[in-house]
Write a protein that binds this ligand. Structure first.
Ligand code: SF4
Length: 471
């Protein structure tokens, strides 16, 4: 396991982990360019729909309604799903979720299962938990399987192995799947993965899937994939376990049209995901379990400034556009859901552990501009900074520096003296500023200092007002 890859075992902060990612400049450059290319594809796809902004507004309003009436919709969903023949479980947190899933698995005496991509199970660290209980989980989404073979966590919610080069995947597959050494032909690698996964699908009796949308009106749920792996797993298994966060509810089936049109276009620039699979009732002889998980969502719902973050449909558009994410990589966020939205969700779970994340942003607002459900992401990041400082979670160095700045900036004479002293130091003892202890200096040259302050310049150059006539 590389030291910056498993968010579960890593407690370094974003800046330190980003520095590790930045050590490979070529990787940073293509990571940046690839994600920007996807962002541009998203723009083109969005511009093909004249009603794009109307769709975003509608989606945001639907989710607003859901968040305002969440308990009613959840009860309605439970009732309908039970009528359809599903077995419903409620989990207050990740621990309870993992326990419920394990109980279902052990009741059937199974030790090997397949799972299609589900960020909720990543959030709950289900794989690690089940491994400890002696259950082997095979992730069947290709990108997820790649990071799983490499013993890493996904670095992006839609593109889990976006940080991997195809040559590296070739080496990995040679090691684990026996593909020819040095061959990184994507077609060959995909074919090998397909054969490898097909055997797992055909032999595993239990399949776990995520849920993209759960319809309160009908008790059905929809899973969106491009590879069809959720369908393969669920259709071939005797037991289907669907794990969902409680915010995945939408009121009516009619609303799906709004979200499905937004989701794929925002995620990858596709008009629609290849598979948008509806699951309503278990087929004859099959068991269908739905695990509804809170894990901090009710707390976030109660935080007025941050409740809108629960509108997220996990499209990843805010990741692809974020200049910080693109150049620091997903693992630098040391949480299951990285990027701008992850930096809002994570402090809700643990303010101390994730106090660094809302500061990993330029607050440029590009994330809010692309978000298909119109979450005010950059404003929430800014608000989290205030909350975290007020709650005492800012690093001591930052607290001291801010106190010092406050004193200097609120006292004009002190400000002038500090400016003069600073300019003198930079000019005559530049090493006191231009050294590795100064994070700003690490990536850039410090600017040359002006000879004088603006107020000194202004005093010298300001035009004297014309004298009144006659004087
Ligand atoms: S916050 Fe918005 S842009 Fe980011 S993943 Fe969620 S829905 Fe997509």
């Amino acid at each position: 396991m590389s030291d910056q890859t498993k968010h579960t075992a890593n407690h370094s902060d974003h800046a330190t982990l980003a520095e590790a990612f930045n050590a490979d400049e070529a990787r940073v450059n293509w990571h940046d360019e690839t994600l920007w290319w996807i962002r541009q594809k998203r723009d083109k796809a969005a511009h093909t729909l004249p009603e794009w902004e109307q769709l975003r507004e509608t989606a945001s309003q639907i989710k607003h309604n859901v968040l305002s009436n969440l308990s009613e919709y959840l009860v309605q969903f439970e009732k309908q799903a039970k009528t359809n023949g599903a077995i419903i479980h409620w989990a207050a947190d990740a621990k309870e979720h993992n326990k419920i899933v394990h109980e279902i698995i052990s009741k059937h005496g199974i030790t090997q299962i397949v799972k299609s991509k589900s960020m909720l199970t990543e959030e709950c660290h289900l794989n690690e938990y089940l491994k400890q209980q002696g259950v082997e989980v095979i992730d069947t989404d290709l990108g997820e399987r790649i990071v799983q073979l490499a013993d890493e966590a996904p670095s992006h919610i839609v593109l889990p192995c976006i940080h991997w080069k195809k040559e590296e995947i070739g080496e990995l597959f040679h090691k684990y799947l026996g593909t020819p050494e040095g061959n990184a032909d994507p077609q060959l690698l995909t074919h090998a993965a397909r054969l490898h996964l097909r055997e797992k699908f055909l032999t595993r009796k239990i399949a776990i899937t995520g849920v993209n949308f759960a319809v309160a009106e009908t008790g059905e749920f929809v899973v969106c994939t491009n590879e069809g792996n959720a369908d393969m797993g669920a259709h071939l298994a005797d037991v289907h376990i669907a794990c969902m966060g409680i915010e995945k509810i939408i009121p009516e089936r009619n609303h799906l049209g709004v979200f499905l049109r937004l989701l794929a276009r925002s995620a990858t620039g596709q008009p629609i995901t290849t598979y948008s699979s509806h699951f309503k009732k278990p087929r004859k002889g099959q068991e269908l379990h739905i695990v509804l998980v809170d894990n901090g969502r009710s707390t976030q719902l109660g935080r007025e400034d941050f409740r809108n973050s629960l509108k997220c449909i996990r499209c990843g558009a805010c990741f692809n556009t974020c200049p910080v994410y693109r150049r620091s990589g997903g693992h630098s966020y040391h949480t299951a859901i990285a990027g701008p939205i992850g930096s809002i969700l994570a402090p809700n779970l643990d303010m101390k552990e994730y106090a660094d994340l809302p500061f990993a942003s330029t607050l440029c607002g590009s994330c809010s501009n692309v978000c298909p459900v119109k979450i005010d992401i950059h404003q929430q990041l800014y608000k989290w900074r205030q909350v975290l400082v007020q709650q005492g979670h800012a690093p001591a160095s930052k607290k001291i520096a801010m106190k010092g700045m406050n004193t200097v900036l609120s006292n004009p004479s002190l400000y002038k003296i500090a400016g003069k002293t600073g300019r003198w130091f930079i000019k005559h003892l530049s090493f006191t500023v231009n050294n590795k202890l100064n994070p700003w200096y690490k990536q850039r040259e410090m600017p040359e200092t002006p000879k004088e302050s603006f107020s000194e310049w202004y005093k010298k150059n300001r035009k004297k007002p014309p004298s009144p006539k006659g004087e």
